[in-house]
Design a protein around this ligand. Sequence first.
Ligand code: HEC
Length: 186
Amino acid sequence: MQRKAIVFGAALLVLAGLATSAISADGPQFAADGALLFPADYRSWSYVTSGVNMSYAEGAPASAVTFDNIFVNPAALERFRATGAWPNGTVLLLERRASGTGATINKRGSFQGAFAGLEAHVKDSTRFKGGWAFFNFSGEAPAREIPHTAACYSCHEEHGAVDTTFVQFYPTLLPIAQQKKTLSAQ
Ligand code: HEC
């Protein structure tokens, strides 16, 4: 009886191991209704890059300087380093920040200021049509999946260099994708 329990326990451990190999502990956390929970500790995740005043619209007028910072959960980055591809359980975040200038000793240039928004791009081919879904957080409340008809999906699918992500703008990731030959035609 005890032996059976041990075997059963071992089988459960193996199953748990299989489950975590697909979605890592630092991967996306969902509410019961499928909304993505706000990743409270994302500032301790792996830093990818920053953009300044990036716009996707032709002839967009120059506005006040805005920054964006990209973060990814460390387990997904580790897989990307090994394979040049994103595993299920990848959470890429785009954080927006307002800018400041002229404060204290600053005479020129801009520094990052107040938090101005957080968007997520999550991979889970068992959950999402096409393997990925986008989310836009409003404060720290759980975010609903953005409908797949939104421009987020078409732009990322058409122009993202690796599996709908903008690795062409991520300077430490691009050489990995080049070496592993995971770049798609953009
Ligand atoms: C017209 C093209 C375009 C559209 C539409 C667009 N994005 Fe992006 N997105 C980009 C580019 C370019 C980057 C790279 C940003 C950088 O380098 O800082 C990016 C990066 C991201 C990232 C970082 C991870 C990644 O996939 O590379 C997230 C998250 C993101 N976008 C979310 C969204 C969401 C949510 C929407 C829709 C509400 C959206 N995007 C719509 C072009 C687009």
